[in-house]
Each structure stands twice: as structure tokens, then as C-alpha cells.
Design a protein. Structure first.
Length: 78
């Protein structure tokens, strides 16, 4: 099985052809000193986190109203 690219979502498949779209990024947390921390869990998310605008649900159905990834991150110094 081919692993899909993280920022893409499959919209439709017909036969051997699949249509994928890039999920738009609405906010980026990036640091070179320290890390990005999830404020809800305290988890170290690494040095880059991209937050996406979701146009499709988990079943690849177009949403009537787009949703945003939860913005619960902050830059933490080491």
C-alpha cells in the first residue's frame, strides 16, 4: 500500500486514477531554537507544525463549511 503524503487528501478515485488536493496551510509554527509544544498535552511536536484548513471530512466528502486544525501550540525555549 502506498502511504499518502501528509499534506494531501484524496478527493476522488475512479478506476486506477485518484485525485488528491493539497490541504491549505493557514498557520505555521517554526523555530530553530527550542521546540513547538502542544499546550493541551505538553507534547514536544518538534521544530515545525503546520495547521491546515480542512475542506474535506475523513470520508472525503466536501464540507459545507471549512474547518481549521485546532491552534493549541506555542514555541517553547530549551
Amino acid at each position: 500500500m502506498i502511504r499518502p503524503i501528509e499534506n494531501f487528501v484524496e478527493v476522488e478515485t475512479r478506476g486506477n486514477f485518484s485525485l488528491w488536493i493539497n490541504k491549505p496551510i493557514y498557520k505555521i509554527y517554526k523555530t530553530t531554537c527550542g521546540y513547538v509544544r502542544n499546550t493541551r498535552t505538553g507534547e514536544n511536536m518538534g521544530q515545525t507544525v503546520n495547521l491546515h484548513l480542512n475542506l474535506y471530512d475523513d470520508n472525503n466528502n466536501k464540507l459545507a463549511v471549512a474547518s481549521y486544525d485546532e491552534d493549541c501550540y506555542e514555541i517553547a525555549e530549551e
